[in-house]
Design a protein around this ligand. Structure first.
Ligand code: COA
Length: 317
């Protein structure tokens, strides 16, 4: 597999820490120190599907393709306005594709899980060109009265077009059922027969536990991939890490002993946009002219579940 196009789209409403101070018992100082986040873009008038489509179209254009060239679409999404149809069905229609599509939910690690599925499809020649779209609106899962969670998230979409190649050097996925540190239950319709207790609440997160799992699992995954491939850590151009919190990113970097300039970040501008974070950051690097053919990149992400995904790719463009 190789990545041949990237795209991203963010909502227009940017919410700064100072804006949050107006209705939450919080401060720019606390949020900046504990998370590194200064602002986040959240959905207001847009629909998530429109951002997904914008990111997808940019990725297609970057790949020099049209929707007609795509023969499979994978959409990574945790929540959007629709339970059904899947977001990928909506994206397919709006970009004018006709191929089969599927939605996956591997939380914030979704981009790597989607790449893994894409790799399998390409390997067994079931598809030639695959569009991956990660579109997320975690701002709609949190209580905006809860200062511990709502300050952390933003919304957005990132996309990539992948095709056959041998630039994916290694990939590693893990799931460990740890469902009580980070979860959000959707409220379902009542029926005359429901007799069990149901307690729906906005996103629940045990921040410190998530922090520890994130750092240990990401370091573990990256070390295993480097060992497995025999690639020297110094030969990695960029470590593209999940953008959840600047302190998590810095901790991973410190444990791995990696120089600061090798670990790009944009969490300060967008907050945690779940699975869209990796492709959106990759798109920034790509469009900023930071990537060159042959550059080795590490991707690593973690999310609710607890899921983790990491891979090493060589930049192909
Ligand atoms: N503003 C001011 N105070 C806040 C606050 C905010 N936005 N959010 C929490 N606090 C308070 C808490 O209420 C607590 O107060 P108390 O001691 O009086 O009870 C205090 O700050 C410390 O809270 P704690 O949760 O221990 O802080 P922390 O240093 O662990 O930082 C997180 C909290 C959420 C920033 C941090 O744990 C984290 O980033 N975790 C990972 C979250 C994540 O990445 N999730 C997504 C994974 S995909």
């Amino acid at each position: 597999m190789k990545i041949i196009g990237t795209g991203a789209a963010h909502p227009t409403c940017s919410v700064t820490n100072e804006m949050l101070e107006k209705f939450l018992d919080t401060s720019d100082e606390w949020i900046t120190e504990r998370t590194g986040i200064k602002e986040r873009c959240v959905i207001s008038s847009e629909k998530l599907e429109d951002m997904a489509v914008a990111a997808a179209n940019k990725a297609l254009e970057d790949a020099g393709m049209t929707a007609a060239d795509i023969d499979y679409i994978i959409c990574s999404n945790v929540v959007n306005e629709y339970v059904t149809p899947a977001l990928s069905c909506i994206i397919q229609g709006k970009i004018g594709a006709t191929c089969p599509t599927v939605d996956i939910n591997a939380a914030c690690a979704g981009f790597i899980f989607a790449m893994d599925i894409a790799e399998d499809k390409l390997q067994c020649k079931k598809a030639k060109n695959i569009l991956i779209v990660c579109a997320e609106e975690p701002s709609r899962m949190v209580s905006w009265q809860n200062r511990s969670t709502c300050v952390l998230f933003g919304d957005g979409a990132g996309a990539a077009v992948v095709t056959a190649g041998d630039e994916l050097k290694a990939i590693r996925l893990t799931t460990s059922s740890l469902t009580d540190v980070l979860y959000y239950q959707r409220k379902l319709e009542p029926t005359p027969y429901i007799s069990k207790d149901e307690n729906f609440e906005p996103l629940v997160m045990r921040g410190r536990e998530v922090f520890k799992h994130a750092v240990t699992s990401s370091c573990r995954d990256i070390r295993k991939l480097l060992n497995e491939t025999g690639i020297d850590a110094n030969d990695i151009k960029y470590y593209v890490l999940h953008q959840a919190n600047r302190r998590i990113i810095d901790s991973i970097r410190n444990f791995l002993g990696v120089e600061e300039e090798k670990v790009p970040h944009n969490v300060e501008r967008y907050g945690n946009i779940s699975s869209a974070a990796l492709p959106a950051l990759l798109d920034e690097l790509n469009r900023g002219g930071k990537l060159h053919k042959g550059d080795k990149l590490v991707f690593s992400a973690f999310g609710a579940g607890f899921t983790t995904g990491a891979c090493i790719i060589e930049w192909a463009k």
